[in-house]
Design a protein around this ligand. Structure first.
Ligand SMILES: Cc1cc2nc3c(=O)[nH]c(=O)nc-3n(C[C@H](O)[C@H](O)[C@H](O)COP(=O)(O)O)c2cc1C
Length: 175
């Protein structure tokens, strides 16, 4: 059972040169974290290795975003997302995450890895309203239905705007 960390309002800075990396197995269990991951999240390697990656999920992050992420990975596509993560002290940091398959020499997926970089304040502002709407939908849907309900809302919205989540996220960097 994952221990609950109480969130604070302290933002941990992510530098322009920081690259936060983690790897997982196919089920999302952490198999590797780099030093930058440990420094920024303030988790020791032994505290996260073997744990599900939701150990760093911030309660402000809609589960629907991760539903979309897993669906994208299962469809053998890479995923880009603006993500708010929790540190071991309950602080938070925002990153642009790129999650891709980790393949063996035969091209078989053996897991996934995520490479995260600083998310500029303008991109965080751009997703804040959307994530707040998704969180409202998740609260109304209840825990069991939350990820599907808010992912469906997000998919509809993107369809209406004739875009995909990846294009929407990467487009924020061109504004
Ligand atoms: C390679 C990889 C990296 C991930 N990185 C994060 C992350 O930084 N933060 C996070 O909250 N979830 C991350 N996840 C997603 C989690 O596995 C999980 O789906 C998500 O936190 C939602 O949690 P829930 O299953 O409790 O709803 C990652 C998954 C993979 C495969």
């Amino acid at each position: 059972m994952k221990q609950k960390i109480a969130p604070t309002s302290v933002e941990v800075p992510v530098g322009d040169d920081d690259v936060i990396v983690s790897k997982t197995d196919l089920s999302g269990r952490i198999t590797y974290v780099n030093r930058t991951f440990m420094r920024i999240s303030n988790f020791a390697e032994r505290e996260v290795l073997g744990k599900q990656h939701n150990v760093v999920r911030h309660p402000d992050m809609p589960r629907g975003v991760y539903r979309l992420m897993w669906d994208t990975l299962k469809a053998e596509r890479e995923f880009f997302g603006i993500v708010k993560n929790l540190t071991s002290d309950g602080h938070f940091y925002w990153v642009l995450a790129n999650v891709t398959a980790d393949r063996d020499d035969d091209g078989q997926s053996v897991g996934y890895f995520s490479v995260r970089r600083h998310a500029p304040a303008s991109t965080v502002r751009a997703v804040s309203d959307l994530y707040a709407q998704m969180m409202k939908i998740e609260r109304e849907a209840g825990p069991a239905e939350a990820p599907a309900a808010s992912a469906q809302f997000l998919r509809r919205l993107l369809e209406e705007q004739k875009t995909t989540y990846d294009r929407f996220v990467l487009g924020l960097y061109q504004q």
